[in-house]
Write a protein that binds this ligand. Structure first.
Ligand code: ZN
Length: 600
C-alpha cells in the first residue's frame, strides 16, 4: 500500500491545508483568467510546493479551464490526478540532478515545441535553487519571453539562491510551515478515514515531531500505525518511537526542581539516561515544557486553545507545574536551559552538560528567597507518582506554612534561647540540621558546606573543617552580586536559629569527608561525584596545591597534613562556580585572602 502522504496528496487547491495565503490568490487569479507565465513557489520542505505546482498545472490544462477547480474528468485532469500516469505536456524536472547548462539548453529546445494535446506546455522545476548560474543564464531568455504556450513553475526551499533576474520574472508565492491546529484536525480526518484508534495526545506528539511539514507528519503517523497492534496506537508507544521524554520523567524532574530535592531530580535523570535517551533531546523537551508552563502561567490556565490536541489531564498537570514556580524562576530556568542547549551541540559529553544544567536549575529554583505566592508540592517527600499528580490543596498549604519560617528573614528581636550546656559536642550534634537549613537559603553555600564538620569551639569562635581548606573561602564571599554581606552571615544566622549562639568562624581542614550519618541525605549529591570523573582538570589542579594549615587547627588535634584527597574535592569547585555567582567575587576574594587567617 502506498504511503499515507501519497494516498492523501491533494488534487485541488481546496484540499491543500494551511496555505490559504497562497492558494486563495492563486485560485482568484485562475478564476479571473489572469495567469502569469512563470511562478516561484518557495517554502520549507514538505509543506506543499510541488503538490501545489501539480495542482496549478492541472488547473491550467483542464479542458474546462484555465479554472480554479479542475473538472477531474477530462484526460488531462485524469492523468494529473493522484494516481494518474502523468501528462506529456507537464514536464517535471528535478533540478538537483539536472542543473547544468546542457540540461537548461535541452529544456529550452523542448519548450519550443507546441503542447502535444493540452493548452500549455508546463515545466515544473523542483529544487530550483540547485540550477547552476550558467543553467539559469541559459534559461533566462526563455523565462523572460516565453512562447505563448509555455508556463514555468519553480519550486524551491531557498528562493534567495534563484537568480534574481529569473526571480523578478516570476510571481512569487511563499509557502509556510503548516500551523499545528490545521495539521491536527487534518490528522484526525486521516486517522478516521484509515479507521485507526489513537490515544489522546498521540496526534499532538506527531504534529510536534512533524515540525509543520505535512509530508513528515504523515510519514510519522504512517510509521506509528504500521508499528501498532490492532487496538491502535498508545501514547507510550508514540513517545518511545518519536523519542520524546516520557511525561512521567518530566513530571519527576519538575517536582524535584520545585522542592529542591536534588536526589529525586538526579535519580529521575539517571533512569532516563540509562534507558538510552539522548541528553540533548531531554534538554529540548525540558525547554519546550518550560515554554508550555510559562504560557499556562501567563494565561492563568485559560489556555486550552493554545494547546490543540493536548489532553485535559496533561493540561491540568502542567497547570500544577506552573503553580510551583514564580514567573521569574520560570524565565530564568528557560534561559538557562536554552543556553545549555546551544552549548550542547557537538560536545563530546552531553550528559555532563545536562547534569551541570540540572544542578544550575536546582540552584535557580531554591537559591533566591521564594515568593510567598509559590505553592509547592510536598516538601522533600517520597515523590510517588500519585502524590505528585494530585497534590491536594491541604498538602500544598501545609507545606507552604511549614516552609514559611525558613523563608522569612528572622527578625532581630526574635531571640532564641541559647543552648546550655554548650560545647563542641552540642555543635556537632546540630550541625547536619544547621547545614540542611541552608539548603533553602542559598544552594551553593549548602553544597559547599555539606561535607564540613565542626572541629573546635573556643569561646565564640568555631573552627569549621573543610575537606579542602581553600573551600572555606566561600564564607567570605558576598551573598550575592553587589551584596555587602558575606555568606558567613547566613551560616551565623542558621547556627543562631538552631542553638541561640552567635559564633565567629575560622577555617580548618579535615582529611577526609565525614561519615555518612553526619550528612543530610541530600548531601550525597550525585553530580559531585559524577562530574569528578568527567570534568576537565584545570580548576581542580589549582585547588590541589598544598594548603597552609592554621595553628588553631593543629592544636585541635586534627590531622594537619595538607594532602587533599583528590577524590573528595575534585569537581566541586567546578560545580560551585556553575551553581552560584561566585566568579564575580573572585577579586574581592583575592584581596581578602591576603590578610591571613580566615576570621570572618
Ligand atoms: Zn479537467
Amino acid at each position: 500500500m502506498p504511503a499515507l502522504y501519497l494516498r492523501y496528496r491533494p488534487e485541488t487547491f481546496q484540499e491543500v491545508i494551511g496555505q490559504a495565503h497562497v492558494t486563495t490568490p492563486l485560485q482568484h487569479a485562475l478564476a479571473a483568467g489572469k495567469t502569469h507565465h512563470a511562478y516561484l513557489f518557495s517554502g520549507p520542505r514538505g509543506c506543499g510546493k510541488t503538490t501545489s505546482a501539480r495542482i496549478l498545472a492541472r488547473c491550467l490544462n483542464c479542458a474546462q479551464g484555465p479554472t480554479d477547480t479542475p473538472c477531474g474528468e477530462c484526460p488531462s485532469c485524469v492523468e494529473l490526478a493522484r494516481d494518474g500516469g502523468g501528462s506529456l505536456d507537464v514536464v517535471e524536472i528535478d533540478a538537483a540532478s539536472h542543473n547544468g547548462v546542457e540540461d537548461a539548453r535541452e529544456l529550452r529546445e523542448r519548450a519550443a515545441f507546441a503542447p502535444v494535446r493540452d493548452r500549455y506546455k508546463i515545466f515544473i522545476l523542483d529544487e530550483a535553487h540547485m540550477v547552476t548560474q550558467q543553467g539559469f543564464n541559459a534559461l533566462l531568455k526563455i523565462v523572460e519571453e516565453p512562447p505563448e504556450h509555455v508556463k514555468f513553475i519553480f519550486a524551491t526551499t531557498e528562493p534567495e539562491k534563484v537568480l534574481t533576474t529569473i526571480r523578478s520574472r516570476t510571481h512569487h508565492y511563499p509557502f509556510r510551515l503548516v500551523p499545528p491546529g490545521d495539521l491536527l484536525s487534518y490528522l484526525h480526518t486521516v486517522a478516521e478515514t484509515e479507521g485507526v484508534e489513537l490515544e489522546p495526545g498521540v496526534l499532538a506528539l506527531v504534529v510536534k515531531s512533524g515540525g509543520g511539514s505535512v509530508r513528515d507528519t504523515l510519514s510519522l503517523l504512517d510509521q506509528l500505525i504500521a508499528g501498532s497492534l490492532q487496538h491502535g496506537v498508545t501514547l507510550e508507544a508514540a513517545q518511545a518511537l518519536l523519542g520524546y521524554t516520557p511525561a512521567s520523567t518530566l513530571d519527576e524532574v519538575m517536582v524535584g526542581l520545585s522542592t529542591g530535592n536534588s536526589r529525586a531530580t538526579f535519580t529521575a535523570l539517571n533512569h532516563l539516561l540509562n534507558t538510552g535517551q539522548d541528553p540533548r533531546r531531554f534538554v529540548e523537551d525540558l525547554l519546550s515544557h518550560l515554554r508550555d508552563i510559562i504560557v499556562i502561567q501567563a494565561t492563568s490556565g485559560a489556555s486550552e486553545d493554545l494547546f490543540p490536541g493536548v489532553s485535559s489531564d496533561d493540561l491540568n498537570r502542567w497547570g500544577e507545574h506552573a503553580q510551583w514556580f514564580t514567573p521569574q524562576q520560570l524565565t530564568e530556568m528557560a534561559q538557562a536551559v536554552s543556553s545549555a542547549l546551544a552549548a550542547m551541540s557537538g560536545v563530546t559529553s552531553p550528559r555532563l552538560h545536562l547534569e551541570l544544567l540540572v544542578a544550575q536549575l536546582l540552584s535557580l529554583t531554591t537559591a533566591q528567597d521564594v515568593e510567598t505566592t509559590k505553592v509547592s508540592p510536598e516538601h522533600h517527600s517520597g515523590l510517588s507518582q500519585e502524590s505528585v499528580a494530585v497534590p491536594t490543596d491541604q498538602s500544598a498549604n501545609a507545606s507552604d506554612s511549614e516552609r514559611s519560617p525558613e523563608k522569612s528573614e528572622p527578625p532581630p528581636t526574635d531571640a532564641v534561647e541559647p543552648l546550655s550546656p554548650w560545647d563542641l559536642g552540642v555543635v556537632k550534634s546540630h550541625w547536619p540540621a544547621i547545614i540542611e537549613d541552608l539548603s533553602d537559603r542559598k544552594r551553593s553555600l549548602w553544597v559547599a558546606l555539606s561535607a564540613t564538620q565542626p572541629l573546635a569551639l573556643e569561646g565564640d569562635v568555631i573552627t569549621i573543617g573543610f575537606t579542602n581548606r581553600n573551600d572555606g573561602e566561600i564564607l567570605k564571599k558576598p551573598q550575592g552580586p553587589g551584596s555587602p554581606l558575606p555568606n558567613a552571615d547566613l551560616l551565623r544566622e542558621a547556627i543562631y536559629q538552631r542553638t541561640g549562639h552567635r559564633l565567629r568562624f575560622t577555617v580548618g581542614q579535615i582529611e577526609h569527608a565525614p561519615s555518612d550519618d553526619s550528612l543530610s541525605p541530600d548531601a550525597q549529591w550525585p553530580v559531585v561525584s559524577r562530574s569528578t570523573s568527567e570534568s576537565p582538570g584545570q580548576a581542580v589542579t589549582e585547588q590541589q596545591e598544598p594548603q597552609e594549615v592554621s595553628e588553631e587547627v593543629s592544636e585541635s588535634g586534627v590531622e594537619a597534613e595538607a594532602s587533599t584527597t583528590p577524590i573528595a574535592t575534585r569537581g566541586e569547585p567546578v560545580v560551585r562556580q556553575l551553581l552560584g555567582g561566585e566568579l564575580l567575587a573572585e577579586e574581592i576574594l583575592e584581596d581578602m585572602s591576603g590578610r591571613g587567617e580566615a576570621d570572618v
